[in-house]
Design a binder for this molecule. Structure first.
Ligand SMILES: Nc1ncnc2c1ncn2[C@@H]1O[C@H](COP(=O)(O)OP(=O)(O)OP(=O)(O)O)[C@@H](O)[C@H]1O
Ligand SMILES: [Mg+2]
Length: 303
Protein backbone atom coordinates (compact mmCIF):
# COMPACT_ATOMS: atom_id res chain seq x y z
CA UNK A 1 0.00 0.00 0.00
CA UNK A 2 2.67 2.46 0.97
CA UNK A 3 4.43 2.37 -2.37
CA UNK A 4 1.26 3.42 -4.22
CA UNK A 5 1.00 7.01 -5.45
CA UNK A 6 -0.10 9.85 -3.20
CA UNK A 7 -1.77 13.16 -3.86
CA UNK A 8 -3.35 12.53 -7.26
CA UNK A 9 -6.66 14.07 -6.18
CA UNK A 10 -7.53 17.61 -7.24
CA UNK A 11 -8.08 20.15 -4.44
CA UNK A 12 -11.08 22.30 -5.46
CA UNK A 13 -11.55 26.02 -4.76
CA UNK A 14 -12.79 25.43 -1.18
CA UNK A 15 -9.49 23.75 -0.28
CA UNK A 16 -11.43 20.67 0.94
CA UNK A 17 -11.01 17.27 -0.78
CA UNK A 18 -14.40 16.65 -2.39
CA UNK A 19 -15.49 13.50 -4.21
CA UNK A 20 -18.58 12.93 -6.36
CA UNK A 21 -19.84 9.33 -6.62
CA UNK A 22 -21.08 8.98 -10.17
CA UNK A 23 -22.38 6.73 -12.90
CA UNK A 24 -25.42 7.58 -14.97
CA UNK A 25 -26.33 3.90 -14.98
CA UNK A 26 -28.86 3.15 -12.23
CA UNK A 27 -28.43 0.82 -9.29
CA UNK A 28 -24.66 0.40 -9.49
CA UNK A 29 -23.89 1.22 -5.84
CA UNK A 30 -23.24 4.97 -5.89
CA UNK A 31 -25.30 5.64 -2.78
CA UNK A 32 -24.00 2.56 -0.98
CA UNK A 33 -20.45 3.71 -1.73
CA UNK A 34 -21.10 7.33 -0.67
CA UNK A 35 -22.66 6.65 2.69
CA UNK A 36 -20.35 3.81 3.68
CA UNK A 37 -17.23 5.72 2.58
CA UNK A 38 -18.48 8.63 4.69
CA UNK A 39 -18.92 6.19 7.60
CA UNK A 40 -15.43 4.78 7.04
CA UNK A 41 -13.77 8.21 6.86
CA UNK A 42 -15.60 9.23 10.05
CA UNK A 43 -14.44 5.98 11.70
CA UNK A 44 -10.88 6.99 10.80
CA UNK A 45 -11.38 10.27 12.66
CA UNK A 46 -12.26 12.66 9.84
CA UNK A 47 -14.93 15.34 9.86
CA UNK A 48 -17.08 14.53 6.84
CA UNK A 49 -19.97 16.17 5.01
CA UNK A 50 -22.16 13.99 2.77
CA UNK A 51 -24.44 15.69 0.23
CA UNK A 52 -27.45 13.93 -1.30
CA UNK A 53 -27.83 15.45 -4.80
CA UNK A 54 -30.25 12.76 -5.97
CA UNK A 55 -33.98 13.61 -6.20
CA UNK A 56 -34.59 9.92 -5.38
CA UNK A 57 -33.08 10.80 -1.96
CA UNK A 58 -31.77 7.28 -1.36
CA UNK A 59 -28.89 8.38 0.84
CA UNK A 60 -31.20 10.47 3.02
CA UNK A 61 -33.54 7.47 3.27
CA UNK A 62 -30.61 5.08 3.77
CA UNK A 63 -29.62 7.13 6.81
CA UNK A 64 -33.16 6.89 8.18
CA UNK A 65 -34.09 10.54 7.56
CA UNK A 66 -36.81 9.82 4.99
CA UNK A 67 -40.18 8.14 5.49
CA UNK A 68 -40.30 5.40 8.13
CA UNK A 69 -40.82 1.72 7.38
CA UNK A 70 -44.48 0.60 7.69
CA UNK A 71 -43.56 -3.00 6.99
CA UNK A 72 -41.15 -3.14 9.93
CA UNK A 73 -42.52 -1.33 13.00
CA UNK A 74 -39.30 -1.94 14.94
CA UNK A 75 -37.07 -0.28 12.31
CA UNK A 76 -34.96 2.53 13.82
CA UNK A 77 -36.08 4.63 10.82
CA UNK A 78 -39.53 5.02 12.35
CA UNK A 79 -38.11 7.09 15.20
CA UNK A 80 -36.39 9.62 12.94
CA UNK A 81 -38.01 12.63 11.19
CA UNK A 82 -38.76 12.69 7.47
CA UNK A 83 -36.55 15.53 6.22
CA UNK A 84 -37.72 15.08 2.61
CA UNK A 85 -41.03 16.86 3.22
CA UNK A 86 -39.92 19.73 5.44
CA UNK A 87 -41.36 23.18 4.60
CA UNK A 88 -38.09 24.81 5.63
CA UNK A 89 -35.44 25.76 3.08
CA UNK A 90 -34.05 22.79 1.16
CA UNK A 91 -31.23 21.89 -1.23
CA UNK A 92 -33.15 23.04 -4.32
CA UNK A 93 -33.54 26.50 -2.74
CA UNK A 94 -29.78 26.60 -2.20
CA UNK A 95 -28.99 25.53 -5.77
CA UNK A 96 -31.57 27.77 -7.46
CA UNK A 97 -31.62 30.93 -5.31
CA UNK A 98 -28.13 31.08 -3.97
CA UNK A 99 -26.22 31.91 -7.18
CA UNK A 100 -28.60 34.86 -7.74
CA UNK A 101 -29.52 36.18 -4.30
CA UNK A 102 -27.11 34.45 -1.88
CA UNK A 103 -30.21 34.00 0.27
CA UNK A 104 -30.22 30.34 1.23
CA UNK A 105 -26.92 28.79 2.23
CA UNK A 106 -25.94 25.15 2.78
CA UNK A 107 -25.23 25.97 6.41
CA UNK A 108 -28.99 26.53 6.91
CA UNK A 109 -29.94 23.05 5.77
CA UNK A 110 -27.06 20.87 6.96
CA UNK A 111 -27.95 18.20 9.53
CA UNK A 112 -25.03 18.01 11.92
CA UNK A 113 -23.72 14.64 13.10
CA UNK A 114 -24.27 15.61 16.75
CA UNK A 115 -28.04 15.86 16.19
CA UNK A 116 -28.49 12.08 15.93
CA UNK A 117 -26.70 9.22 17.67
CA UNK A 118 -26.35 7.07 14.56
CA UNK A 119 -24.91 9.83 12.36
CA UNK A 120 -21.11 10.14 12.39
CA UNK A 121 -20.93 12.74 9.64
CA UNK A 122 -22.87 15.84 8.63
CA UNK A 123 -25.54 15.45 5.95
CA UNK A 124 -27.13 17.78 3.43
CA UNK A 125 -30.33 15.84 2.78
CA UNK A 126 -32.20 15.72 -0.51
CA UNK A 127 -35.81 16.88 -0.64
CA UNK A 128 -38.95 16.08 -2.64
CA UNK A 129 -38.57 19.44 -4.45
CA UNK A 130 -35.27 18.27 -5.99
CA UNK A 131 -37.39 16.60 -8.69
CA UNK A 132 -37.96 20.12 -10.07
CA UNK A 133 -34.23 20.76 -10.58
CA UNK A 134 -34.39 20.22 -14.34
CA UNK A 135 -37.02 22.95 -14.72
CA UNK A 136 -35.43 25.47 -12.37
CA UNK A 137 -31.73 24.94 -12.97
CA UNK A 138 -31.73 25.93 -16.60
CA UNK A 139 -29.19 28.71 -16.90
CA UNK A 140 -25.40 28.76 -17.11
CA UNK A 141 -24.93 29.59 -13.42
CA UNK A 142 -26.81 26.44 -12.38
CA UNK A 143 -23.81 24.21 -13.06
CA UNK A 144 -21.71 26.31 -10.71
CA UNK A 145 -24.34 26.48 -7.96
CA UNK A 146 -23.02 23.72 -5.70
CA UNK A 147 -19.43 24.95 -6.03
CA UNK A 148 -20.49 28.48 -5.02
CA UNK A 149 -22.63 27.18 -2.15
CA UNK A 150 -19.70 25.14 -0.80
CA UNK A 151 -17.35 28.11 -1.06
CA UNK A 152 -19.83 30.18 0.97
CA UNK A 153 -20.22 27.43 3.54
CA UNK A 154 -16.46 27.37 4.07
CA UNK A 155 -16.41 31.18 4.29
CA UNK A 156 -19.09 30.85 7.01
CA UNK A 157 -16.57 28.84 9.05
CA UNK A 158 -17.59 25.26 8.25
CA UNK A 159 -14.53 23.10 7.98
CA UNK A 160 -14.43 19.50 6.78
CA UNK A 161 -11.68 17.00 6.05
CA UNK A 162 -13.73 15.47 3.22
CA UNK A 163 -16.95 16.24 1.35
CA UNK A 164 -18.69 13.35 -0.46
CA UNK A 165 -21.50 13.88 -2.97
CA UNK A 166 -24.00 11.22 -4.06
CA UNK A 167 -25.03 11.85 -7.69
CA UNK A 168 -28.28 10.83 -9.39
CA UNK A 169 -28.16 8.13 -12.10
CA UNK A 170 -28.04 10.55 -15.03
CA UNK A 171 -25.85 13.16 -16.70
CA UNK A 172 -28.16 16.02 -15.72
CA UNK A 173 -27.37 19.51 -14.45
CA UNK A 174 -27.30 18.11 -10.90
CA UNK A 175 -24.56 15.64 -11.83
CA UNK A 176 -22.60 18.34 -13.66
CA UNK A 177 -22.91 20.64 -10.64
CA UNK A 178 -21.56 17.84 -8.43
CA UNK A 179 -18.63 17.06 -10.79
CA UNK A 180 -17.69 20.75 -11.08
CA UNK A 181 -17.86 21.29 -7.30
CA UNK A 182 -15.90 18.12 -6.52
CA UNK A 183 -13.34 17.84 -9.36
CA UNK A 184 -12.84 14.25 -8.18
CA UNK A 185 -14.99 11.32 -9.21
CA UNK A 186 -15.34 7.91 -7.59
CA UNK A 187 -17.06 5.47 -9.92
CA UNK A 188 -19.43 2.75 -8.83
CA UNK A 189 -20.05 0.15 -11.52
CA UNK A 190 -21.21 -3.37 -11.92
CA UNK A 191 -18.77 -5.40 -13.95
CA UNK A 192 -20.90 -6.10 -17.02
CA UNK A 193 -20.45 -5.27 -20.70
CA UNK A 194 -23.18 -2.60 -20.60
CA UNK A 195 -21.29 -0.83 -17.83
CA UNK A 196 -18.37 -0.25 -20.20
CA UNK A 197 -20.58 1.72 -22.59
CA UNK A 198 -21.90 3.77 -19.69
CA UNK A 199 -18.35 4.58 -18.57
CA UNK A 200 -17.40 5.64 -22.12
CA UNK A 201 -20.25 8.18 -22.06
CA UNK A 202 -19.15 9.32 -18.63
CA UNK A 203 -15.54 9.96 -19.82
CA UNK A 204 -16.95 12.08 -22.66
CA UNK A 205 -19.00 14.08 -20.17
CA UNK A 206 -16.02 14.60 -17.85
CA UNK A 207 -13.83 15.71 -20.76
CA UNK A 208 -16.43 18.17 -21.94
CA UNK A 209 -16.74 19.64 -18.41
CA UNK A 210 -12.93 19.92 -18.21
CA UNK A 211 -12.87 21.78 -21.53
CA UNK A 212 -15.85 24.06 -20.85
CA UNK A 213 -14.94 24.96 -17.29
CA UNK A 214 -11.18 24.87 -17.78
CA UNK A 215 -10.74 22.60 -14.77
CA UNK A 216 -9.07 19.29 -14.12
CA UNK A 217 -11.07 16.31 -12.86
CA UNK A 218 -9.41 13.26 -11.27
CA UNK A 219 -10.73 9.71 -10.98
CA UNK A 220 -10.15 8.66 -7.39
CA UNK A 221 -11.28 5.03 -7.54
CA UNK A 222 -13.66 2.45 -8.97
CA UNK A 223 -16.00 0.26 -6.95
CA UNK A 224 -16.58 -2.98 -8.84
CA UNK A 225 -19.83 -3.67 -7.06
CA UNK A 226 -21.62 -6.99 -6.63
CA UNK A 227 -18.40 -8.48 -7.93
CA UNK A 228 -18.42 -12.13 -8.96
CA UNK A 229 -15.29 -13.99 -9.87
CA UNK A 230 -16.43 -14.80 -13.42
CA UNK A 231 -15.31 -14.14 -17.02
CA UNK A 232 -17.59 -11.09 -17.46
CA UNK A 233 -16.15 -9.36 -14.40
CA UNK A 234 -12.55 -10.12 -15.36
CA UNK A 235 -13.08 -8.81 -18.89
CA UNK A 236 -14.60 -5.59 -17.60
CA UNK A 237 -11.87 -5.06 -15.05
CA UNK A 238 -9.00 -5.69 -17.46
CA UNK A 239 -10.49 -3.10 -19.86
CA UNK A 240 -10.75 -0.61 -17.01
CA UNK A 241 -7.26 -1.53 -15.82
CA UNK A 242 -5.71 -0.75 -19.21
CA UNK A 243 -6.85 2.86 -19.07
CA UNK A 244 -7.00 3.75 -15.40
CA UNK A 245 -5.20 1.31 -13.11
CA UNK A 246 -2.21 3.59 -12.66
CA UNK A 247 -4.29 6.32 -11.08
CA UNK A 248 -7.55 4.78 -9.95
CA UNK A 249 -7.47 1.80 -7.61
CA UNK A 250 -10.22 -0.79 -8.07
CA UNK A 251 -12.17 -2.12 -5.09
CA UNK A 252 -14.10 -5.37 -5.46
CA UNK A 253 -17.25 -5.61 -3.34
CA UNK A 254 -19.27 -8.82 -3.53
CA UNK A 255 -22.98 -9.04 -2.75
CA UNK A 256 -23.28 -8.74 1.06
CA UNK A 257 -26.59 -9.14 2.88
CA UNK A 258 -25.53 -6.93 5.79
CA UNK A 259 -25.07 -3.94 3.44
CA UNK A 260 -28.71 -4.16 2.45
CA UNK A 261 -29.83 -4.76 6.03
CA UNK A 262 -27.87 -1.77 7.38
CA UNK A 263 -29.53 0.35 4.68
CA UNK A 264 -33.00 -1.01 5.47
CA UNK A 265 -32.44 0.06 9.06
CA UNK A 266 -31.22 3.57 8.21
CA UNK A 267 -27.55 3.07 9.11
CA UNK A 268 -24.13 2.92 7.49
CA UNK A 269 -22.36 -0.42 8.00
CA UNK A 270 -20.17 0.96 10.78
CA UNK A 271 -23.24 1.92 12.80
CA UNK A 272 -25.11 -1.33 12.19
CA UNK A 273 -24.47 -4.59 14.04
CA UNK A 274 -25.64 -7.43 11.85
CA UNK A 275 -26.13 -11.08 12.81
CA UNK A 276 -23.93 -11.88 9.79
CA UNK A 277 -20.20 -11.24 9.75
CA UNK A 278 -19.43 -7.73 8.40
CA UNK A 279 -15.67 -7.97 8.18
CA UNK A 280 -15.44 -8.07 4.37
CA UNK A 281 -17.41 -4.89 3.75
CA UNK A 282 -16.04 -2.97 6.72
CA UNK A 283 -12.45 -3.74 5.70
CA UNK A 284 -13.16 -2.77 2.10
CA UNK A 285 -14.67 0.60 3.00
CA UNK A 286 -11.83 1.33 5.44
CA UNK A 287 -9.44 0.58 2.58
CA UNK A 288 -11.40 3.00 0.36
CA UNK A 289 -11.12 5.63 3.12
CA UNK A 290 -7.35 5.05 3.33
CA UNK A 291 -7.08 5.45 -0.44
CA UNK A 292 -8.97 8.75 -0.24
CA UNK A 293 -6.51 9.89 2.43
CA UNK A 294 -3.63 8.96 0.10
CA UNK A 295 -5.25 10.66 -2.91
CA UNK A 296 -5.26 13.94 -0.97
CA UNK A 297 -2.12 13.30 1.03
CA UNK A 298 -3.95 13.18 4.36
CA UNK A 299 -3.52 10.76 7.22
CA UNK A 300 -5.82 9.07 9.69
CA UNK A 301 -6.79 11.33 12.59
CA UNK A 302 -5.96 9.79 15.95
CA UNK A 303 -8.90 9.71 18.37
N1 LIG B 1 -22.55 -5.08 -2.49
C1 LIG B 1 -23.83 -5.05 -2.16
N2 LIG B 1 -24.40 -6.05 -1.46
C2 LIG B 1 -25.71 -6.02 -1.15
N3 LIG B 1 -26.57 -5.04 -1.50
C3 LIG B 1 -26.07 -4.01 -2.21
C4 LIG B 1 -24.67 -3.94 -2.57
N4 LIG B 1 -24.48 -2.80 -3.27
C5 LIG B 1 -25.67 -2.19 -3.33
N5 LIG B 1 -26.63 -2.91 -2.72
C6 LIG B 1 -28.04 -2.60 -2.64
O1 LIG B 1 -28.51 -2.44 -3.98
C7 LIG B 1 -29.40 -1.34 -4.09
C8 LIG B 1 -28.84 -0.35 -5.13
O2 LIG B 1 -27.63 0.21 -4.63
P1 LIG B 1 -27.45 1.80 -4.61
O3 LIG B 1 -28.73 2.45 -4.26
O4 LIG B 1 -26.25 2.09 -3.80
O5 LIG B 1 -27.13 2.07 -6.15
P2 LIG B 1 -27.15 3.50 -6.88
O6 LIG B 1 -26.15 3.44 -7.96
O7 LIG B 1 -27.01 4.58 -5.88
O8 LIG B 1 -28.62 3.52 -7.46
P3 LIG B 1 -29.28 4.77 -8.24
O9 LIG B 1 -28.65 4.77 -9.59
O10 LIG B 1 -30.76 4.45 -8.27
O11 LIG B 1 -28.95 5.99 -7.46
C9 LIG B 1 -29.56 -0.78 -2.69
O12 LIG B 1 -30.72 -1.34 -2.12
C10 LIG B 1 -28.32 -1.28 -1.94
O13 LIG B 1 -28.56 -1.49 -0.56
MG1 LIG C 1 -28.19 6.26 -5.62
Amino acid sequence: MDESPRGWGVIPSTGIPTIAFGNQKGGTGKTTATLNSAGALATRGHKVLAIDMDPQADMTKGLGLGPGDDTNPSSPKNELPNTLVTDDANLLDVLVDNPRTHETGLSEIVIEAGEYDHLNFDLVPSHKDMGLARDWMDDASARLSLKLALEEMVDDGYDYDFILIDCPPDLSVLTDAAFIAAQNVFLAAQTQATSRDALDDLWDQLESIEDNQQIEIAIVGLLANMYRDDGQSKKFLSAFDESFASMAPIFKLPMRVAIQRAWDNGRDIFEWEDPNDQQVERELFLEIAETMERAFDKTQVEA
